[in-house]
Design a protein around this ligand. Sequence first.
Ligand code: FUB
Length: 313
Amino acid sequence: KLIKSTLTAALILTSGLSIAKNPIIDNVFTADPAAFVHNDTVYLYTGHDESPSNNVFFQMHDWLVFTSKDMVNWTQHGPIMRADDFKWAKGSAWAAHMIERDGKFYFYTTVRHKDDKPGFAIGVGVSDNPLGPFKDAIGKALVTDDMTKHTPNDWDDIDPAIHIEENGDVYMFFGNLVPKYVKLKDNLIELDGPIKVIDVPNYTEAAWVHKKNDNYYLSYACEFPEKICYAMSKSIHGPWEFKGVLNELAGNSETNHQSIIEFKGKDYFFYHTGGLPPKPGQESGGRFRRSVAVEEMKYNPDGSIQRIIMTTE
Ligand code: FUB
C-alpha cells in the first residue's frame, strides 16, 4: 500500500496532475459529459443512464454532477435537476451544458417536449450554485422542434453547447444530423437572431466549441457508431476547416460525446464508453448503459489536436 501511495505521489509530482482510472465514475452509469471549471474545481455534469438493458432504449430522467480538484478524486452530487422540473417537458434528460455569468449558473439541456409541441426541445435551468438545485429559467422551451425542421426526425434540436466570446457575446451550438448555431441575448434565455446551419462533414450530434489561442475548435460526434471529429476556424461564424477524427469509436457504446477543458495547465478530453463491467445480476455497460472517461489531450505546434489515445480500449 505504501509503495502504491509513493508511486502515485511520484506520478503526481512529476506530471503536475495525475488522472483517474477510467471510467472515472463506476458506481452509476453516466453519459454526455459537460465539464466546467470554476474556482479551481472541475464540475463534471453528466446524464444518468438507468436503462436495465442494452436492448432497452435510453432511460434518462435526471442530471448528476461530480467535482474534482485533482482529476483523480471525484465526489458525486445531485441529481441537480430532473427533466420533469420543466413543467412543459416529458422526460428524456439528454445532453446538457453549464455556463456561469455574473454569479448565476445556467444549465442548457435537452429534453422531450410534451405533446403540444412534439419532439425534442432545449430548456434552460438556473441556480445560484453550480451544484444546484436548478429551476426552469424561462417557463417554456428555448428551442422547440418546430423551429428547426432540418431533418425528418424530431430530435434535430438536441445537445446544446454554449460558447462565450471574449466580448461577452454568447452562442449556442446544437443539433442532430444538421449542426446549427444561434446567438443568445444578454439575458441568456432568448434567441438573438436566426438559427444558422453549419457546414461540416459527417456530423451526427454532440457539438462542443472551445477556443485555444487564436483558434476556434468545433468538435462533434461523427458517423454512426460515433467517433469524434473536429474542425477549426479563425471565427465563431466559420468557415470551419475539417481536421478529421479526434477520437475513434469508444468501445461498445455506439454514441460518443465529448467535452474539452483546460485545467491547471493541462488539456482534457472527456467522453463516454460502454465499458463498465457487469455487477452481480446486472448487465454490463453498453450502448444504453454508458460511463464517462477522460484522457489528456495534446495540441500540435500548428494548433491541430493529436488523436486521443483511449486508455479504455
Ligand atoms: O444521451 C442521449 C443522447 O445520446 C445524447 O443527447 C447524444 O449526444 C448521445 O450521446
